[in-house]
Design a binder for this molecule. Structure first.
Ligand SMILES: Nc1ncnc2c1ncn2[C@@H]1O[C@H](COP(=O)(O)OP(=O)(O)O)[C@@H](O)[C@H]1O
Ligand SMILES: [Mg+2]
Length: 380
C-alpha cells in the first residue's frame, strides 16, 4: 500500500506505464453485483457463475479526483473494502485523511511526498532583471518582493513565506504574483475570494461532502509552489481564522483533508490602503502572520502612458498579419493617451484599447474614410 501526496502529473509519472485497475470502477462493479444478487436471491457466494473465485487484482489505483465519485460508505469503510478487494498493490493519490488513517491501522503503508522545487538563486536575478519587461514602475515593491523571496532559496526554510500585496486596484499586484509564478514554471493555484458566496465559501474552506471542492484538496493537487489568494479583503472576517495555521506553519486541515505546504510561497492581494488599515481589518493575530506587507503605488501619469503603449503593442502583435497591415499602432496609442488622466485603473484601459482597435479594423474593413476621430468620439 502506497500513499502519494503531490500533483497528478507527478503521480502519473510514479505509476509509469504498467497496467492498473481503477478503484472506483471496482467499487461500482461490486455495488452493481450486490444489487443483482439481491434480485436473484440470497443463495450466492463470492464465486463467479462458473465456480471460480474472482481473481485477485494486481495493482489498484485511486486518483485524487476518484474519492469524490465514491459514496460516503466507501470512504467510511475504506479499509474493509480494501480487505475484501484484496489487491496485491494499492496506490492512493491525495486521499482524504480518514482513508489514510484507516489504511495505516490495518495495512502496512508507505507514504511518498512530492518535493516542490526550491526557489533557485538565479530566479531572484531573473525577477530583478525581467521585472521591468513585465511591469511598469513599482520598483519599491519589486525590491521588497526580492527580499521576501530570499528565505525560500535557502534550505533552512521549512514553512511558507506569506506576503500581502496591497494598494489600489489595477496597479500590478496580481500581475506581479503571476510573474513570480511564471519564473518558477508552475500552473498557479489562484483563488479569488470575491468569487465565493459565503455559504459556498464555508464548505470550500472548512470542508463539506467528499464530492464538493475544497481548498485543502486544491492545495493537495496543486502543481506549483506558488499560491495566490486574490482579493483577500473581500472575504468575510469569519473566515480569517481558517488562515492562521496555514500562514503560521504551512499546515491546512479541513473536515476531510490535511495538507503540509512546506517552503512554498503564499501571496495574498488586497485593496487596503495602509498597514494600519490591514491590522485593523484583519486583527493582530492574522496581521502578524504575514512575513511581509508590500505596498503597490498608484501609477503616475507617465507610467500609465507606458502601460497604454505596451498594451497596444501587445494587442497589435496578436493580430493576423493582414490586420496588422490595416492598423497603425501609433495612431491607436495617440488616441488612447489622453485617457491616462481619466483612467487611473489600468484594467479598464485594456478593454477600451480592444474596443478602439476593433473599431479601427472594422472601419478599414468597410473601406470607409478612416477618419477615426468622429467614430471614436461617439463611443467615448
Ligand atoms: N504596473 C503595471 N505595469 C504593467 N501593466 C500593468 C501594471 N499594473 C496593471 N497592469 C495591467 O493591468 C491589468 C490589471 O493588473 P492587475 O495586476 O490585475 O491589477 P491589481 O493590482 O488590481 O491586481 C493587467 O492586465 C496588467 O497587465
Ligand atoms: Mg488583482
Amino acid at each position: 500500500m502506497t500513499i502519494f501526496y503531490g500533483p497528478l502529473s507527478w503521480f502519473d509519472k510514479q505509476l509509469g506505464n504498467r497496467r492498473y485497475e481503477s478503484f472506483p470502477e471496482i467499487v461500482h462493479a461490486r455495488d452493481e453485483a450486490d444489487r443483482q444478487i439481491k434480485v436473484s436471491g440470497p443463495n450466492h457466494s463470492d464465486a463467479e457463475p462458473n465456480g471460480r473465485q474472482p481473481e485477485r487484482p494486481k495493482r489498484v489505483v485511486a486518483e485524487s479526483s476518484d474519492y469524490a465519485s465514491l459514496r460516503e460508505h466507501a470512504i467510511t469503510n475504506f479499509s474493509g473494502l480494501i480487505r475484501s478487494i484484496n489487491p496485491k498493490h494499492l496506490y492512493l493519490h491525495n486521499p482524504p485523511t480518514d482513508v489514510h488513517a484507516q489504511l495505516k491501522r490495518t495495512h502496512p503503508t508507505k507514504v511518498k511526498r512530492y518535493e516542490y522545487p526550491a526557489v533557485p538563486r538565479e530566479m531572484l536575478i531573473h525577477f530583478r532583471d525581467g521585472f521591468a519587461d513585465n511591469l511598469v514602475g513599482q520598483t519599491a515593491a519589486r525590491d521588497r518582493v526580492l527580499a521576501a523571496l530570499y528565505p525560500l532559496t535557502t534550505q533552512r526554510r521549512t514553512k511558507p513565506v506569506v506576503l500581502m500585496f496591497y494598494g489600489p486596484s489595477g496597479v500590478g499586484k496580481t500581475e506581479t504574483a503571476q510573474f513570480v509564478n511564471r519564473l518558477l514554471n508552475g500552473t498557479l493555484l489562484r483563488k479569488q475570494l470575491s468569487m465565493f458566496h459565503n455559504d459556498k465559501f464555508a464548505s470550500y474552506l472548512f470542508g463539506g461532502a467528499h464530492s464538493e471542492s475544497s481548498f485543502a484538496k486544491d492545495l493537495l493537487d496543486r502543481e506549483s509552489g506558488v499560491i495566490l489568494i486574490d482579493e483577500f479583503d473581500k472575504a468575510n472576517a469569519v473566515f480569517h481564522s481558517a488562515f492562521y495555521e496555514i500562514f503560521d506553519s504551512g499546515v491546512f486541515e479541513d473536515k476531510n483533508y490535511r495538507v503540509r505546504l512546506g517552503a512554498s510561497l503564499i501571496i495574498c492581494t488586497s485593496n487596503y490602503g495602509s498597514e494600519k488599515e490591514i491590522q485593523e481589518a484583519l486583527g493582530d493575530a492574522l496581521y502578524s502572520r504575514f512575513d511581509s506587507l508590500i505596498r503597490f503605488n498608484q501609477l503616475s501619469r507617465d507610467e500609465i502612458l507606458q502601460v497604454i503603449d505596451r498594451l497596444v503593442d501587445c494587442r497589435f502583435a496578436d493580430l493576423a498579419p493582414e490586420e496588422q497591415k490595416r492598423l497603425d499602432p501609433s495612431e491607436t496609442k495617440s488616441f488612447l493617451h489622453p485617457l491616462a488622466d481619466k483612467f487611473a485603473n489600468v484594467r479598464k484601459l485594456g478593454k477600451y484599447a480592444d474596443e478602439v482597435i476593433s473599431l479601427q479594423l472594422v472601419r478599414t474593413l468597410l473601406d470607409e474614410q478612416p477618419s477615426l476621430e468622429t467614430g471614436l468620439k461617439a463611443t467615448a
